[in-house]
Ligand binder design. Sequence first.
Ligand code: NAD
Ligand code: IPM
Ligand code: MN
Length: 358
Amino acid sequence: MEKKITVLPGDGIGPEVVASAVRVLQAIGKRYNHEFQLQYAEIGGAAIDQYNNPLPDKTIAMCEESDAILLGAVGGPKWDNNPPELRPEKGLLNIRKTFDLFSNLRPVKAFPSLLDASPLKREVAENVDLMIVRELTGGIYFGEKHRDLDQASDLNIYSRAEIERIVDNAFELARLRRGKLCSVDKANVLETSRLWREVVEEKKEQYPDVEVEHNLVDSVAMKLITNPGHYDVVVTDNMFGDILSDEASVITGSLGVLPSASIRSDNFGLYEPVHGSAPDIAGQGKANPAATILSVAMMLRYSFALLNEAAEIERAVSAVFEDGYFTADLAKGDSRALTTDEWTDRVIAEIDTNFVAD
Ligand code: NAD
Ligand code: IPM
Ligand code: MN
């Protein structure tokens, strides 16, 4: 298979974790005889510095003529006081909107070998395997904004069609998993949430094999920590999904292991770790590349339907953890933390040894 991928390293640890993920992608390409052609472009702070635009037209054009996008992270203190249009985050929001990447899949799976790093009790965190389906191109992120000296507002707005397509997506995923869907809203207060709940109620007639529950977001914030094993697919709006996914990352032991896919109906997608640019550890070789490597696995699965290749990356990451190799965010006690590159070498070695027979 031949695929063209646009790589957007971005800012902070973005270029470090992307370099790791690209090495793993190439190792997989070599093993399974695929050609992944990579082209690099700027987004975020890096694009502001070079083009005075967080998402230059050139970057959009390159993404348009590729089969998928791999992104590191954007943002950092250097640009924090920029006007809204010239913030790195604006580039990320724009690329999601430009390509209509409305469905953000954020799987949260506990690795048995990381349970000691989780602040939760082993019996609470083990066996967690849930999928947050976050609406990504609507809601309060994209509603009209207003600002004057003493007043500010952000409009939270959703159309029925926007809710329907993400809810359909979540039902379909639930059907392929354990058949449970939890829809998260704030229907006791927000009109958008009342519409959301209405749509889920209507849609569930089409998916009689899926068990549906509605839950209020404040209560889910609590239950996600006290009983995360309860959840299978969680579908929610843009902002609730943002917050709940960072919260859910603590179950696994580190934000550094959570991947994501942002896709649209034709399976074109942007793949990025859930975490940000981590300016506090940037440039020190401390970043955990697992989230970005696992995002590449999601790319192979969702955009290219290369299921064995995706599973092989996930197996290799898991095996490296099981062998007791960790980056600084996960290393405990006496174990020496590996650098980003050393840890990536382990993953690649794991992939290579698995193929020793041929
Ligand atoms: P962050 O996710 O960058 O970092 C939060 C904490 O987690 C930090 O202590 C960081 O060191 C740690 N961390 C994150 N990823 C890690 C990894 N791979 N390995 C080890 N440790 C890791 O969140 P923040 O500090 O709130 O935000 C920093 C910047 O990133 C901001 O400018 C924010 O807007 C941006 N951001 C970007 C994205 C994105 O590009 N998708 C996502 C979130 C935040
Ligand atoms: C994420 C990030 C972004 C979001 C920011 C950087 C715009 O937090 O991808 O989770 O809020 O969606
Ligand atoms: Mn976030």
